[in-house]
Write a protein that binds this ligand. Structure first.
Ligand code: 5GP
Ligand code: MN
Length: 332
């Protein structure tokens, strides 16, 4: 389903559904990122401002550098919800229902809010807008439709969602609406410099060592247009870091002028290989991910395959090289 689909709900439809209900459960995709954390918490604060009851449940904990943001400590981490005592489930930026990684959520009135291409429209209400740079943009519109005043907590989370999901204003999905919303966030009290420091400059020394180790082993392919990174337990142990510390590192090779795409292969103990892709300009890595059952956006996508790495790596790299060749034709 795309944003053009006629059954697509509007902010107003969702606003009506919310006003008629009292208790809400909010969730998002597993391994939450800044957009999922920000979208869920901005929504939670707005619903509570309306006197609603809200619970947030995620399959995985928030990345460590988000823990000090308001309300992150109230997100429950669990793989199953047994209670059925809520009137509506709100799922933020999860392109299919299973990506929440939380079971027991089926069969409740479900509101699906997302900006990923290829969302399967699993909700009773589906608000799908691929033109949004972050799910947080849609949440902002919804909060305005609900006429909730913009508190510092709300705008902090909206700004967090946008700052992180645009790759700190690097991705190609940024529009005038993005800046209009950021402007309102700053007018309501967000300090952009402080936010950028909190999100991007709060690494541990271990993470700096991890950056060194990953870049040391980085491979260049496609005449230097594609960077390939590898993560395994040895590197994590040697640098005293965990999987959580890898957040954002995939973007580093893109700071080299020649590099048009990055593939980050992360080897799990269970034999699964998780692959994250990033790209510049019109190089479409979502198309590559979707051929392997994953998804995301043109410039940021991901998927998981069964290992071993050696068996899967070359066909994936060949597909990315083809995406680079196609995308470079329209480089601005
Ligand atoms: P990341 O590489 O940071 O995990 O994900 C980058 C983007 O791709 C995010 O928008 C994320 O939601 C999306 N993505 C990552 N993995 C998957 C996946 O397995 N399936 C789908 N549909 N999207 C994914
Ligand atoms: Mn997002």
């Amino acid at each position: 389903m795309t944003s053009q689909t006629t059954s697509n709900a509007t902010a107003k439809d969702i606003c009506h559904a919310i006003m008629a209900r009292h208790r809400f459960l909010i969730t998002s995709h597993a391994r939450p990122d800044g957009d999922s954390i920000g979208s869920q918490l901005a929504m939670a604060y707005a619903l509570e401002a309306l006197g609603k009851e809200v619970r947030i449940v995620n399959a995985d904990p928030a990345p460590e550098h988000y823990l000090e943001f308001p309300g992150v400590d109230r997100i429950e981490v669990g793989l199953e919800v047994l209670e059925r005592d809520y009137d509506a489930l709100i799922v933020m930026e999860s392109s299919d229902f299973r990506r929440t990684g939380v079971s027991g959520l089926e069969g409740r009135f479900t509101i699906n809010i997302d900006h990923h291409q290829g969302n399967t429209a699993y909700g009773d209400l589906n608000w799908l807008d691929e033109s949004a740079a972050a799910c947080g943009e849609l949440v902002f519109e919804l909060i305005q439709a609900m006429e909730v005043p913009l508190t510092l907590e709300i705008v902090t989370h909206i700004y967090l969602a946008i700052l992180t999901d645009t790759g700190s204003f690097h991705h190609s999905n940024i529009t005038p609406r993005t800046f209009a919303i950021c402007r309102e966030c700053v007018e309501a009290g967000v300090n952009p410099a402080a936010m950028a420091r909190r999100v991007f400059d709060s690494n541990s020394f271990g993470k700096l060592k991890l950056i060194g180790a990953l870049l040391d082993e980085m491979e260049l392919r496609d005449e230097g247009r594609l960077a390939v990174l590898y993560l395994n337990d040895e590197i994590l142990n040697a640098t005293g870091t965990t999987y959580n510390d890898t957040e954002g590192l995939i973007n580093l090779p893109l700071t080299a002028r020649e590099i048009m795409a990055v593939a980050f292969f992360k080897l799990g103990a269970d034999g699964d290989v998780r692959i994250s892709l990033r790209s510049k300009y019109d190089v479409d890595v979502r198309a590559v991910a979707s051929r392997y059952g994953g998804g995301g956006h043109k410039n940021a996508s991901g998927f998981t395959v069964r290992g071993p790495l050696e068996a899967v790596r070359e066909p994936i790299i060949t597909e990315i090289e083809a995406a680079i060749a196609a995308g470079l034709q329209s480089k601005p």
